[in-house]
Write a protein that binds this ligand. Sequence first.
Ligand SMILES: Nc1ncnc2c1ncn2[C@@H]1O[C@H](COP(=O)(O)OP(=O)(O)OP(=O)(O)O)[C@@H](O)[C@H]1O
Ligand SMILES: [Mg+2]
Length: 484
Amino acid sequence: MKISLRKKLIFLNLSLLFFVTVAASVISTYEIQKYYKTQILEQMSTQLEELEYLLANTELADLSQNLLFNFVQQTQMRISLIDSLGIVIFDSNVSRDSLRFLENHYTRPEIQMSLTKKIGYDKRNSASIHKPMFYTAKVFDRKSATGNPLLEKIYFIRLAIPLKKVKDVQKAVFWKIFSGGALALVLVAFISYFFANRLTFPIHKLSVVAESIKKGNLEAHFEHNKEDELGELADLLNQMLDKLRDDLVQLHKLEKMRTQFLGNVSHELRTPIFAVQGYLETLIQMKKVEPKKQKKFIKKAYRQTARLNSLLTDLIDISRIESGEMKMIFRNFNLSKWLNKIIDDMKETARENNVILAFVNKNDKNTFVIGDKNRLKQVILNLVNNAIKYNIPEGRVNVGYEQNGDQITIFVSDTGRGISKEHINRIFERFYRVDKERSRDVGGTGLGLAIVKHIVEAHDSRIFVKSEVNEGTTFSFSLNRADQ
Ligand SMILES: Nc1ncnc2c1ncn2[C@@H]1O[C@H](COP(=O)(O)OP(=O)(O)OP(=O)(O)O)[C@@H](O)[C@H]1O
Ligand SMILES: [Mg+2]
């Protein structure tokens, strides 16, 4: 069964109050009863003294005189007069003739107590009248009674009241306190109901908003107007929601990029495949055997398949780098020798494109760096190929490096057409080409620089580009220097 927080709060308050009320009633009843007992005792001892005075100062001929009965009537008490041996010589509740049947009273607790204390008292069932009674007794002060033989026999005077009277008062006290407690209980029930509502309402409000978020309303906002814990919670929830919204926007962006990438990939793949198809179709439909023409088409188709191959290689590289599947193997190696060899191998391509390619640090033989030689070769090949491809006839490409503290900065710079400001920030994106047609003519797919950037960043470095339209472009990145 689900019990609401509100009910729990009310129940907690009520049960707390219930226990407090009961405990307070019991304790105060006990204390008041104690106080009442001393009050009765005091009152009765005053009356004992009064009786003593009355006895001593009245000419008494007989103990059954009206005087004593008047006293009994006035005080509603039972009087017993007892001699020094414990024999009852007068009792307002026992007839004179029956007195001799009474037990000896010397051992009664109140009588014994009165021998050592000013007043003796006890609470018990009366053996003579069979009712619970409260007894007080006092040794009779006979100084003033000398001369009266009747009084000289009295040794103890005793007063008793039915306990019922005392009990009635105690009961009344208990009920007053208890009904006060019950009233308080009802009052607190109302108050705690009110507070429980006040406390749980904002929680309820939060859960209403949470519910609407659950249903997809991400624009929801947790309202609050208090700077208490619930306010803090609402603030935190709002912050959480903000973050969620941001993450979602990011996710949508990534998703969009993914679909765009997929679209680009299919488009790029389709272009060479269509071309190959076209050449093959032409070949199939040729009526006459024209070896020269046929060879031309076969060559064209072959070039397209080569392009398809390099495109797929690039795609595989990119996905392997991005998924973290491609692990770099860092080693020390001789940068001078390594670069010299790569540049030498590319000179032929440069010449074919009517570009002069030069290695600036030809005379240096002893510069060592740390990195993945194979991946870095891909970087240099891409950068130099671009520098050749996007150059002008008779243009130059310089490759070299400079020492930069603990690092070696490698650069590839050309005298080509340059890249304008609007494009420069985007050339590292996958498939991005400044001039789509021209780039495709020279065999580009726009993946080269994306791969370059990934590899350089895997070396904890960054790729920089500086370019001036119609003057040229310089790409550079740094590697950690190594000892020889
Ligand atoms: N040295 C450069 N001078 C002028 N433009 C450049 C240079 N290098 C790159 N670009 C521009 O940046 C674009 C992206 O280069 P990237 O190397 O990524 O692709 P690509 O060369 O077109 O194709 P791929 O390298 O995948 O074969 C190029 O299309 C070109 O427009
Ligand atoms: Mg390229």
